[in-house]
Design a protein around this ligand. Structure first.
Ligand code: UTP
Length: 290
């Protein structure tokens, strides 16, 4: 079955980025001149996804505005003859069918996903975390997972290997056997384990395709790590009812919710842009000399 719908949870408070995120969603922080969430929406669109639900909260109206028409700005750009800019901002509002729903209390990622139940209905759906950007020139990470779903017809979590000292920052998968051709069956998952007891070196990095059965588990999911309702725990529950797979996707992933991840994303994206790369290289060269 083709994946038509995606959910982007973006209702967290982004405490690692305070004070910038006091009155501004972290998902709207720009990577150069484009908000983070637009990269993520574009990834979903490039995977052929038609309907996108963004989970927001009352402080995140700027996300809704970003994907809406802006008549005043458009009129201004027409008057100034700024055709290229006009096309750019009109394109954003036509990019996909964007829906939003508010998570009224920040009870955790699992709870945020549960807010998508009515939107998703009874079909499998993709999840892209609002602060994880994955860059791939030709094969978007979520498309890789959607294609795996079409082959396996089971829930899939996107993983990559992370260094030993970082295992305690992620949900880590426990696999039945080592990955073969980048795929492996899941036995369980642990949220932010101590590195010394982590069941593998593969971390779930912000991309999932899930069956709607996840909502039955999320409905009754008790709070777990950090007192939050964890998606990781519900996926562990799902393993008891149906096959769940880990897929090692390719692409460079940036944790844009962390300061270093955000800086690295800005630098890498700048170094890929024809209008910026030469100047950025000179800048970096001079900085490293200093
Ligand atoms: P994070 O833990 O990275 O986001 O959640 P956060 O809580 O906003 O950030 P910090 O840790 O305080 O800096 C991963 C994703 O889940 C969403 C976040 O918006 C982010 O995209 N999320 C998290 C929700 O939508 N609701 C929640 O209750 C928690």
């Amino acid at each position: 079955m083709k994946i038509r719908k995606a959910v982007i949870p973006a209702a967290g408070y982004g405490t690692r980025f305070l004070p910038a995120t006091k009155s501004q969603p972290k998902e709207m922080l720009p990577i150069i001149d484009k908000p983070t969430i637009q990269y993520i929406v574009e990834e979903a669109v490039a995977a052929g996804i038609e309907e996108i639900l963004i989970i927001t909260n009352s402080q995140k109206t700027s996300i809704e505005n970003h994907f809406d028409r802006s008549w005043e700005l458009e009129y201004f750009l027409v008057r100034k003859g700024k055709t290229q800019e006009l096309e750019q901002i009109q394109h954003i509002s036509e990019i996909a069918n964007i829906h939003t729903v508010r998570q009224k209390e920040q009870k955790g990622l699992g709870h945020a996903i549960y807010c998508a139940k009515a939107f998703v209905g009874n079909e499998p759906f993709a999840v892209l975390l609002g602060d994880d950007v994955v860059d791939h020139d030709t094969y978007p990470a979520i498309k890789q997972l959607c294609d795996q779903y079409e082959a396996l017809e089971s829930s899939i979590v996107g993983v990559q290997e992370v260094p030993y000292e970082d295992l305690n920052k992620y949900g880590i998968v426990e696999l039945e056997k080592p990955l073969k051709d980048h795929v492996g069956k899941l036995v369980g998952m642990v949220e932010k384990p101590d590195s010394s007891v982590a069941p593998s070196h593969f971390a779930v990095l912000g991309r999932y395709v899930l069956t709607p059965r996840i909502f039955d588990l999320l409905e009754h999911q008790a709070a777990g790590h950090g007192g939050e309702i964890q998606l990781t725990d519900a996926i562990c529950g799902l393993v008891k009812y149906e096959g769940v797979y880990a897929y090692e996707f390719s692409g460079k992933r940036y944790d844009v919710g962390s300061k270093i991840g955000y800086l690295e994303a800005i630098l890498d994206f700048a170094l890929k842009r024809d209008d910026l790369k030469e100047e950025v290289k000179v800048l970096l060269k001079n900085k490293t000399k200093e």
